[in-house]
Design a protein around this ligand. Sequence first.
Ligand SMILES: NC(=O)c1ccc[n+]([C@@H]2O[C@H](COP(=O)([O-])OP(=O)(O)OC[C@H]3O[C@@H](n4cnc5c(N)ncnc54)[C@H](O)[C@@H]3O)[C@@H](O)[C@H]2O)c1
Ligand SMILES: O=P(O)(O)OC[C@@H](O)[C@@H](O)[C@H](O)[C@H](O)CO
Length: 489
Amino acid sequence: MTARISADLSGVGVPTPSYDRDAAHVGIVHFGFGNFHRSHQAMYLDRLMESGQGLDWGICGVGVLPQDAAMRDAMRAQDCLYTLVVRHPDGSLDPRVVGSVLEYLFAPEEAEAVYDRLVDPAVRVVSLTVTEGGYLKDAGTGRFDDADEAVVHDVDHLDTPRTAFGFIVEGLRRRRAAGVAPFTVLSCDNLQGNGGVCRQTVVGFARLVDAELADWIEAEVAFPNCMVDRITPATTDADREALARDFGVEDRWPVPAEPFTQWIVEDEFPLGRPPLEAADVQFVDDVTPYELMKLRLLNASHQALAYLGAPVGYVLVDETMRDDRIRRYLERYMADEAAPTLGELPGIDLPGYMATLLERFSNPGIRDTLVRLATDGGNRMATFTVPTARDNLAAGRPVALGALMVAAWAEYWALVARGGLPAAEVPPDVHAEAMSRAAADPDPAAFLGLTRILGDLGQDERFRAEFLRQRAVLAEHGVHGAIDRALGE
Ligand SMILES: NC(=O)c1ccc[n+]([C@@H]2O[C@H](COP(=O)([O-])OP(=O)(O)OC[C@H]3O[C@@H](n4cnc5c(N)ncnc54)[C@H](O)[C@@H]3O)[C@@H](O)[C@H]2O)c1
Ligand SMILES: O=P(O)(O)OC[C@@H](O)[C@@H](O)[C@H](O)[C@H](O)CO
C-alpha cells in the first residue's frame, strides 16, 4: 500500500506538517525553485512553522525557465507538498513532508500572477537560487552583462520577462508606484558577496529601464549577503522508488539531502523577516568570512573532485573520496592554497571544518554525482577556484595545486571533446562549446584564452607556467601521476 503526497496527508506514514497550512499565507517569493531551495530555505521555514511561528512567511515558488513546467506540474499535483529525504552515512533514510511552500507559479505563462505577488504588501522578502550563471555577470570584468540576450529582451518586454531580474525590477517599480515599501532581496546562491552581486545585477538592469528607478533601488532596497550550505543532489528514479518501497510514499519529486545544514545571514531586513533563529539560522553583521571559507574550501573541492575523479572513471563523489590520492590532494589544496586566503575566522576551528568537509563528501548514503558538480562548471570555477589563485598570486604564495585543478578541468573538457566521457556523464554548461574548442586546441595554452571565465588569470606568467606544466604532466602521467608529482610525496 502506498499513499500519494497530496493535500490530504492522512495516509502518509512519514512525519508531515502538524501546523495548519490553511492558516498560513505567502510572505516570500522565491525565484529558482529547485532542489536546493526545497532542502534548505523551505526546510528552515517548515521547521519554524512546526515550532508554531512564521505562518505569515509561506513561500510562493516561481520558475522562469521553460523547463520549470515539470516542477509546476509536480508541485500543483501535490498541493506544493514534497518529501525531504535526509540520507545518513549508514544508508538509513529520514523522510519528512515539507509544508512551507504554499504556491507555485510558472512565470512564462503566469507573469501577471507573479507581479500580483511581488506587489502584495504581505510579501516582504524575495529570494533567489538561480545558479552562479543566473546573475548575468561578465566573469572577465565582474560587471553586470547588459548585452546578455535575455536582458535585452526583458528591457523591452517587462510585462513578460524571461529573467528573474526582469520580474524583480518591474516588481519593484510597480510596488513603488503603488506606494508599497520595497521587499528585501535575498540571494541564496553560492557567490562571494551574493547580496552585493545581486544588488549589482538588479541596479544594473534597472538602469537600462529608468535611471531614477535604479537610484531609488540603490538607496532603498536591502540585499543582505548570506552563506548557504547543504549538499543536495538531483533527484533520481531510485529516490522515488526507495521512498515508495521503504515508506509507502508516492512523491513525484522528493528531494534528497545530506544531514548537515547551515545558513548564516546578514541581518538587514527593513520590512522584517521570519524569526529563523528559532529554526537554527545564524544572523550576523558580516557574513564575508563564512562565505569565503565555504566557497573556497567546499565548493572548490567539489570542482576538484569532478575533474580529477571523472577521468579516472568515478561517477559518485563518495567513491572518488575513497581514492587516497584524490583525497590527499583535497587535504593539501585546502590547507596549503585555500586556507591561507581566508583571513581571520573568529571562533572557527578551521582544521575541524576541513576534516568535516572530507567526512561529508565521503557519505556513502548521499550518492551525489560528479556530473552534478561539473554542471555549469565554467561559472563555478570562476566563482570558487579562480579568486583563490588570484589572491595567492598577488601575495606571492604557491599556486601549483590550483593550477593543477584548472589543468585537470582543461583535460576534462579535452576528454569530452574527443568523446571520452559517457554521454550521461557530460555536464550541461553554457560555456560547453567554448571550453571544448579551447581544450581540444593543439596549443595547450589556448584554454587560458577563455577570458569570459578566467578573466586575465591566463596572462599571469607564473600561473601560465604552472598550468602548462601541470597539463603536460596530466597528459603524460594521468591524474594519479600528476597528483603524486604535485604533492611531492
Ligand atoms: N544543490 C546544492 O547542493 C546547493 C547547495 C548550496 C547552494 N546551492 C545553490 O543553489 C543553486 C541551485 O541549485 P539546485 O540544487 O537547486 O539546482 P536545481 O537544478 O535543482 O534547480 C535550479 C533552479 O534554478 C533555476 N534556474 C537555473 N538557471 C536559472 C536562471 N538563469 N534564471 C532563473 N532560474 C534559473 C532552474 O529553473 C531551477 O528551478 C546552485 O547553483 C547554488 O548556487 C546549491
Ligand atoms: O551548486 P553550485 O553550482 O553552487 O555548486 C555545486 C556544488 O559544489 C554545490 O551545490 C554544493 O553541493 C553546495 O554548495 C553544498 O552546500
